[in-house]
Write a protein that binds this ligand. Structure first.
Ligand code: GAL
Length: 340
């Protein structure tokens, strides 16, 4: 009796030793933690897979960042459109939380439809995560937003409806949450320019137009920095990169200044297109990160990211030449590493 108990115990110990490394590896992810941002390079998630969150948006819930984007990985079922979700505490090491949207075309939309640039807002009143995305047909003639909701950040989002915000055409969308928590949608209205509009109280509608910036720009992103609003956008050249530009205004209603370049024109924004500006308010410094996509239209699964801390202040904004860099998520400080 005693012997068999001892045998069982030693078997258990041997087994746990054999299994533990495997369990630990799973818990910590198969991939080593990243120390720096490497713009334009493959960006591995915790499992070692290139992050698939293109045209994305980020929200912070308590201390966790959630990154939603277009899932364009290999081997997806072409019948569906997918949105991925990743989470991180430091904006650098991301864990894949799953595809939160796997959707067939809604109602009368054709099979060759488009779901792009998903943006999720968290509504503290209804406690719902509300996703907006660009919904279109292949010819980009529908020009609407789609709305889907979920009770969790990484649960399956349920499609609710589609519409043209305030009756206007809407293609590329961007999200902006002001310092007071008010949520806005930025959307490109082809005949007029780009609009910034406030979401309704429950975030299920677009309620009030703040401004129309009469510039034909997309990939719209906004940040509120040191008492000034900065907006960034790209020209309308499809998947091809172009010189992105910025404008500033004292209030969202404007007046917005003329658009100026954010990088040397010849670099075409170093081959990227804006999708969002993230403000990290640290204990020592506030850093604004330019979040851009480097599109590879023929191999979208390999599309890359260009994230760089911006030089920003006093009405000026500049995107430094991409190179590896570090972010201290607590202090907000950044430092550059020499390119290997
Ligand atoms: C870009 C846009 C992308 C995608 C692409 C299609 O201008 O920013 O999100 O819609 O066009 O050509």
């Amino acid at each position: 009796m005693k012997h068999s108990l001892l045998l069982k115990l030693s078997c258990l110990i041997v087994l746990s030793h054999l299994l533990l490394p495997e369990l630990n590896a799973k818990q910590e992810g198969k991939h080593a933690r990243l120390a720096n941002f490497n713009p334009t390079e493959i960006w591995p998630d915790a499992d070692g897979n290139h992050i698939q969150a293109h045209g994305g948006g980020i929200i912070k819930i308590k201390k966790t960042y959630f990154w939603y984007g277009e899932q364009r990985g290999k081997g997806l079922d072409p019948k569906y459109r997918y949105v991925s979700c990743y989470s991180s505490k430091d904006l650098l090491n991301w864990k894949f939380r799953g595809n939160v949207v796997k959707m067939l075309p809604p109602d009368s939309i054709s099979d060759k439809w488009v779901l792009e640039r998903p943006k999720v807002f968290y509504n503290t009143g209804t406690k719902k995560y509300v996703m907006y995305f660009h919904l279109d047909d292949r010819g980009y003639k529908v020009a609407e937003v789609g709305v889907a909701t979920c009770d969790r950040p990484d649960g399956v989002f349920k499609y609710v409806k589609r519409f043209r915000p305030l009756g206007h055409e809407s293609r590329d969308i961007g999200q902006f949450i002001d310092d007071d928590g008010t949520a806005y949608l930025v959307f490109e209205d082809r005949p007029y320019g780009f609009r910034i509009a406030r979401l309704s109280k429950d975030y299920m509608d677009i309620e009030k137009e703040m401004t129309i910036v009469k510039a034909h720009m997309e990939g719209g992103a906004i940040v509120h920095y040191n008492g000034l609003y900065y907006s960034i956008g790209s020209a309308l050249t499809g998947w091809n990169a172009n010189p992105n530009k910025y404008s500033t205004a004292p209030t969202l209603e404007g007046p917005w200044t003329e658009f100026k370049d954010i990088a040397p024109v010849a670099t075409n924004t170093y081959g990227s297109q804006s999708t969002m500006l993230i403000k990290v308010v640290g204990t020592k410094k506030t850093t604004v990160i330019f979040m851009g996509d480097i599109w590879k239209p023929r191999t979208q699964y390999d599309s890359r990211y260009l994230w760089m801390p911006l030089e920003i202040g006093d009405g000026k904004l500049w995107l430094p030449e991409p190179k590896p860099w570090k972010l201290n998520i607590k202090t907000g400080e950044t430092s550059f590493l020499d390119k290997q």
